[in-house]
Design a binder for this molecule. Structure first.
Ligand SMILES: [Mn+2]
Length: 276
């Protein structure tokens, strides 16, 4: 049995198929996906259908683009001009796929690894990060669409998901503000300032980053002492963090570069070049 962690697929179904063939992905093997399964690329619907049918053999930590699709489907938001979600949104089973997707998680902590889309904030321990992620999952994946007696439903969550405020985590946050801040750290984080506040603007290579900011993985972190952190989201890193405990898997397939699979058992990387 082998376990392959795969970076941001973003609708690149043809490349995913080729990559799985290349690693000889078999019936006993498992996939770990660090999110952004859909959007920007051409075949989001085919990617979701395939992953849903893999059933118990795939773990998904949702990314910001996955949440964006769900916010359009359940939260009343509109697609932006850059989105490529039309085929998925028009599919006969879009609701069913959406309910399946919203029940996936933001973070997995298993076998000395953490699977997450953007990363784990330096100040959060591994168990703490998992507990915060679970607070979101309880609402996002819950049964109720609308709030009852002050509790949030999943449609309320997706309606109120967007926003950059507050950029700094505080344990005393409550309600939707708290959930939004957890989501922003786990699915949108790249650079942080010296207090640990999120910077939402810089997306480029580390070498050119502003001096007052640092990458989340360049700060000694409680979570990475015992865990390898597998993450995506930051294509301009090109798979390099300079930190052996933090494994960057978004290698920009949707931007014409590569899709990467990382084998947990061997530490080996396999890549498939973009076909487009
Ligand atoms: Mn992302």
């Amino acid at each position: 049995m082998a376990t392959y962690a795969i970076g941001d697929i973003q609708g690149c179904w043809q490349e995913l198929k080729k990559l799985l063939k290349k690693v000889d992905f078999g019936k006993k093997d498992e996939l770990w996906l660090c999110g952004d399964l859909v959007n920007r690329g051409p075949e989001s619907l085919a990617v979701l259908r395939f992953l849903r049918d893999l059933d118990g053999r795939c773990k998904i930590a949702l990314g910001n683009h996955d949440l964006h699709f769900l916010a359009i489907l359940f939260g009343g938001h509109q697609p932006t001009p850059k989105d490529t979600l039309d085929e998925l949104l028009a599919a006969p089973e879009v609701e069913e796929l959406g309910h399946w997707l919203r029940q996936q998680r933001l973070l997995y902590r298993e076998r000395d690894h953490i699977l997450v889309h953007a990363g784990v904030p330096p100040k959060w321990g591994a168990k703490q990060a998992e507990a915060y992620a679970d607070e979101v999952t309880a609402v996002m994946g819950g049964k109720k669409a609308r709030s009852k007696k002050g509790a949030l439903g999943f449609a309320d969550f997706f309606r109120d998901l967007y926003g950059n405020e507050p950029p700094l985590w505080d344990q005393s946050l409550t309600g939707m503000t708290r959930l939004r801040t957890i989501v922003n750290y786990l699915t949108r984080m790249r650079m942080i300032d010296n207090r640990g506040a999120l910077n939402f603007t810089y997306k480029g290579a580390l070498a050119n980053a502003p001096q007052n900011l640092s990458a989340w993985f360049d700060n000694p972190s409680a979570a990475e002492r015992r865990h390898k952190i597998l993450f995506g989201h930051w294509a301009s890193l090109n798979g390099e963090t300079g930190n052996g405990q933090c494994v960057a898997l978004d290698t920009g397939c949707v931007w014409g570069r590569e899709l990467t699979a990382y084998c947990l058992e061997t530490g080996e990387r396999s890549v498939q070049s973009a076909l487009g």
